[in-house]
Design a protein around this ligand. Structure first.
Ligand SMILES: C[S@@+](CC[C@H](N)C(=O)[O-])C[C@H]1O[C@@H](n2cnc3c(N)ncnc32)[C@H](O)[C@@H]1O
Length: 250
């Protein structure tokens, strides 16, 4: 289970506020949906996508289990006087809306079968599932493979379960700005998945960075994030999806 730490929150906040990543992502999602929709951003994290969606859709419910992550969203929503967003703290499985959502977004949220099961129960409309479309951990210098939850594995699952879908793949720049070289070293430690990447010297960290003209963030780690988006009509998700997931007989 994904757990936020204060360092992860700080790094992601910096990255989100220095790139157009979430705005472009919201635009791509919006192209598949009715803008009058009540949309749920399931597992919204720091909520930068939720805020970008709220600029486009009638109403957004941002749901996450992490109070630490949601405190960032609450601060931003207050500062921006957003009035078409509700923040829901808790397990999305247990936080069913009073009336069904028109769309649910699952952006880098766990397993495909979980997303489909939640969408079947809570949404009359579209489920948008966004997956990693790369093979190794993006910030692991040792190149550790990601293994599961990829776009290609989700495509295989939907095909196996006979669920029709639309798909789109794209890549968005989502690099990491740094105030200091020490922060860059810490970042590589935080996101290390393989032994070799644990202790990164300033010289090694610097090899991956470019210098910028920004006095507050003079270093930048470029990163093109490749992803795949799958759009499913919740009416096409079988009622017994949980049985299919478990491989049970009818
Ligand atoms: C990898 S992060 C993705 C965050 C965000 N969607 C994004 O793309 O920036 C996954 C998020 O899902 C949340 N999460 C995991 N399981 C959850 C659940 N059952 N209910 C609500 N949130 C959950 C985590 O706390 C985390 O914020």
């Amino acid at each position: 289970m994904f757990v936020w730490t204060p360092d992860m929150v700080r790094f992601l906040k910096d990255a989100s506020e220095h790139t157009a990543y979430y705005e472009v992502l919201a635009q791509k999602i919006a192209a598949h949906l009715d803008l009058r929709s009540h949309v749920c951003d399931a597992g919204c994290g720091l909520g930068y996508l939720s805020l970008a969606l709220a600029k486009r859709f009638s109403f957004v419910s941002a749901v996450d289990v992490s109070p630490l992550a949601l405190s960032v969203l609450q601060g931003n929503a207050n500062a921006q006087h957003v009035n078409n967003l509700e923040i829901v703290e808790g397990d999305v499985f247990c936080k069913a809306p009073k009336t069904h959502y028109d769309a649910m977004i699952f952006c880098f949220f766990g397993r495909t079968d979980e997303a489909l099961r939640i969408a079947k129960l809570q949404c009359h409309g579209k489920a948008v599932i966004i997956k990693k479309n790369w093979e190794t951990h993006r910030f692991d210098l040792g190149g550790a493979p990601i293994g599961s939850h990829t776009f290609s594995s989700a495509v295989n699952e939907l095909t196996e379960w006979g669920i029709p879908y639309k798909s789109e793949t794209f890549a968005l720049e989502f690099g990491q700005p740094f105030a200091t070289l020490e922060d860059a070293q810490l970042f590589f430690q935080v996101y290390a998945k393989s032994g070799e990447a644990q202790n990164v010297s300033p010289e090694e960290a610097q090899k991956h960075l470019v210098r910028t003209a920004d006095k507050a963030y003079p270093y930048y780690l470029p990163s093109l994030k490749k992803m795949g988006m799958l759009v499913v009509d919740t009416g096409d998700i079988p009622d017994d999806i949980h049985k299919k997931m478990l491989g049970e007989q009818e």
